[in-house]
Design a protein around this ligand. Sequence first.
Ligand code: SF4
Length: 380
Amino acid sequence: MKAALYLHIPFCLQKCRYCSFNSHPLPQNDQGKLAEKYIDALVMEISLYAARHNNLELSSIYYGGGTPTVISADSLCRVLSHCSSCFRLSDDVEITVESNPGTVTLEKLKDLRKAGVNRLSIGAQSFLSGELELLGRTHSVVEIGEAYGTARAAGFDNINLDLIYGLPCQDLASWKSNLEQVLRLSPEHLSIYGLSLEEGTPLAKDIESGKLQACSEEIQVDMWKETERRLNAAGYMRYEISNYAKRGRQCRHNISYWKNTPYLGLGAGAHGYFEKVRYANEQDLQGYMERVLSGEFPRAVEEHQSLKDERIDTIIMGLRLSNGLSRKEFGQRFGHPFEDFYKKEISFMVGEGLIGVTEEAIFLTDRGRLLANYVLSYFV
Ligand code: SF4
């Protein structure tokens, strides 16, 4: 059996002003003891799965967070080496580590590269210092370039940069400047997300109180169109609503989510989809470590997926891909052609210009992508 593997590292230097992820500032004065204990727990959780699924093959491994690179390369490599002794890794396994500027050194990245990490993701978010400050990022614009240069020097030839658009006070001109600067670096992959205002975060509170003004939808649509235009001209293809890649550099790990295939999520608060069960691990750090280290699976929530749940998720996630949902794969997986389930919906969406249908696939049109949430909710 094949699966992808997500490993969550819930530590960062400090909390960004827009962040609602399960991440905590890493205590600076405990000499890495908390991180070491957490890594022990992660290793133990891998062993728990290996005891049940020793014939599992991992097609990709993705270290996300948090900021995995705030902890030592030795710790990250220890987990990877445990993975390869417990499971089989595909010959072409993709191993990604997320990082942030200011948390990588040449030595650390060389060690990761040596341990088999072949893809690095760098959270740049913006190339304008005022915007970085607004977001509460810990790094400067100069440090983005330094992290990128260090990654190249360490031998990474597959790098992703993350950017966020639609920030309060951002306009089309400042967004164009962000695009210009990121394209000068020429990474293999770009993840470009609209800012999501999460309730309770300092940034969302500033907008609620009127201290900051949210970016209008019209400007965000202009930014979105400009992004596609500039990136296409520079040789990137949009292959998912928020993701662009040069030829052959799509992120295989994330594609496995969008194709709704099995993945294990390990670590505090990690989510997984495995053996037709969607689950979320205990989010509380201490609670997670105590449960795993006492030999217990640390799941807090489990939902068994019916065939109908699986079908809906496959559609919702598959339509995010620019190539859309393969009609052949859908028919093989669910035993009937797509139209047998959604004849009315398809003819309505095609009539509205939101969905396109070819012999091979069903996909969102440009208009459908702009209204993706509306279109996808139609299938639920
Ligand atoms: S670096 Fe990422 S995970 Fe960490 S606080 Fe900032 S947004 Fe959250």
